[in-house]
Design a protein around this ligand. Structure first.
Ligand code: NAD
Length: 479
């Protein structure tokens, strides 16, 4: 990729996300030469920091052997104390932006990164326009963080608030799972290999299983999490995005327009449940104390009677030509046994087993997204030796030596935003259909009086999530 010219304005520049993800990602782009002399960053937030202090924070947030390079990098950063509701502050921000644009010869390209509460997005977008912080001579793109709304209605309002000032093509909604190498690999696997392409449908696939498990509890995000829960926090965005990549039809080309069009169609085809169906097809639960760890209701800032789910599992259907009738089992939760993101695609059994006395193992394609990327295929082969014994073998399709080269999701997504490629960002219509599906589940849960299921910290979730599959004669492949 070629050198880029851009001024980033990061709203929420003192925040956790900026320090943990954005500054390290920007540094990687700098190290690789994608950002070089013609870039600058303005960090804004309420705290009264100096440029010097901000630059120290930036330096401390990146780890690199070459300290000289880190110092050079940090010189591109300026801080502007800023209350997003105060119009006067945008006047100062505009002047600073113009000064940096000239100093670093940026040419008017601007990326506004909204790394703060979504309730400010509309205000910020409006001020950027009214105070003319958007430029006429370069591009003006807005990158927004999750959560994008808490249901369809609020997401729609948020979208309209932003949409008044920024066109859809300039709004880059982050779902950092789309920046993960193994998630991006789904395209290559599905559409680059005829053996998978031709089998990728309900005639050959028995079921799909997706797990996004976290080992941590709510940590510092208790306030937000109490109002969200696992369904809103993980299913509406990350899990449904993965579902769309696994079930979309083949796009006409590997391009933003064609890929997003097919993803939208897949999400539109999600079977939206009636309340009674939610009861049969979805499970929600909360973690309780075990293995020396506190239960959710004992955590700081959590209501001791909280009804917020920290775990959600469900069986969902995408009713398109290739996938109607293929159950997609999903689950996600906090304080589970391990931190992992994993997709298992279980193929149907061979019709008629000629090895009458021996069982054939299922063919399973497994995509491990994290902690380590890996793609493997389970097949049956013959054991070496006399007689005829079968054995299961795992073929690793993604060699481990590639691992050290894997860039962080944020680095890849920022690089995409710099060149205006929104393939791996979520289109508004994707967000809208996802919320419509999730709202139906949420609505049924809110009506139900039944107590939440529970699971001990360190387990793989409540037994109800196992029963969901057992009722169909199946089990979770990942245990
Ligand atoms: P944070 O609380 O650490 O930071 C919020 C930032 O907003 C701070 O810089 C604060 O000074 C600034 N701010 C708040 N009110 C302001 C105002 N009125 N005017 C100006 N600045 C103001 O939050 P975070 O964890 O960095 O998250 C930021 C956004 O990113 C949130 O929308 C969050 O949901 C999302 N997000 C965060 C993570 C993460 O890992 N931290 C992951 C995914 C999404």
């Amino acid at each position: 990729r070629t050198k880029q010219q851009a001024l980033f304005i990061i709203f929420g520049g003192t925040g956790d996300l900026a320090k943990r993800k954005l500054y390290p990602a920007l540094f990687e782009l700098y190290r690789k030469g994608i950002l070089s002399e013609h870039f600058a960053v303005i960090g804004t937030a309420r705290r009264p920091w100096s440029d010097e202090h901000y630059q120290t924070v930036v330096r401390n947030s990146v780890s690199a052997d070459d300290q000289q390079q880190v110092n050079e990098f940090s010189k591109h950063f300026c801080y502007q104390s800023h209350n997003v509701n105060d119009t006067k502050h945008y006047v100062t921000l505009k002047k600073l932006a113009e000064r940096l644009d000239q100093k670093f010869k940026i040419g008017g390209n601007r990326l506004f990164y909204l790394a703060m509460s979504p309730r400010f997005f509309g205000t910020i977008a409006g001020h950027l326009k009214s105070q003319k912080i958007v430029t006429a001579d370069g591009y003006n793109r807005m990158i927004v963080e999750k959560p994008f709304g808490r249901d369809f209605k609020s997401a729609n309002e948020l979208n309209q608030a932003i949409g008044q000032y920024f066109a859809e093509k300039d709004v880059f909604r982050i779902d950092h799972y789309l920046g993960k190498e193994m998630v991006q690999n789904i395209f290559a696997l599905r559409f680059g290999n005829n053996i998978f392409r031709s089998l990728w449908n309900s005639r050959y696939i028995d079921n799909i299983q997706i797990t996004l498990s976290e080992s941590l509890g709510v940590e510092e995000r208790a306030g937000y999490y109490e109002t969200a829960g696992a369904l809103r926090d993980m299913v509406q965005n990350h899990i449904l995005q993965i579902v769309s990549l696994l079930t979309m039809n083949m796009p006409a080309s590997y391009s933003e327009t064609d890929i997003r069009r097919e993803k939208i169609c897949a999400l539109k085809a999600l079977k939206v449940y009636q309340p009674q169906e939610v009861k049969q097809n979805f499970v929600r639960a909360q973690y309780v104390a075990a293995n020396g760890l506190k239960g959710y209701r004992q955590e700081d800032q959590i209501d001791p009677q909280s009804q917020t789910e920290t775990f959600a599992a469900g069986k969902i259907f995408v009713e398109n030509e290739n996938f109607s009738n293929v159950p997609i089992y999903i689950r996600t939760g906090k304080r589970l046994q391990t931190k992992a993101t994993r997709i298992d695609i279980i193929f149907k059994a061979v019709p008629g087993n000629i090895f009458t006395t021996q069982q054939l193992a299922d063919n399973i394609l497994t995509i491990k997204v994290e902690p380590e990327g890996e793609i493997s295929l389970q097949v049956n082969t013959k054991k070496v030796g006399q007689g005829y014994q079968l054995q299961q073998q795992q073929f690793n399709l993604f060699p481990a030596d590639k691992h050290q080269l894997i860039p962080e999701a944020y680095e890849k997504l920022l690089a995409d935003a710099l060149v205006g490629d929104a393939t791996n960002f979520t289109h508004w219509e994707e967000v809208a259909y996802s919320w419509k599906f999730v709202d139906a589940v949420r609505h049924a849960w809110d009506q139900q009086k039944a107590a939440l299921a529970t699971y001990p910290c360190g387990s793989m979730g409540p037994k109800q999530a196992d029963q969901l599959l057992a009722a169909d004669g199946r089990h979770w492949i990942f245990n």
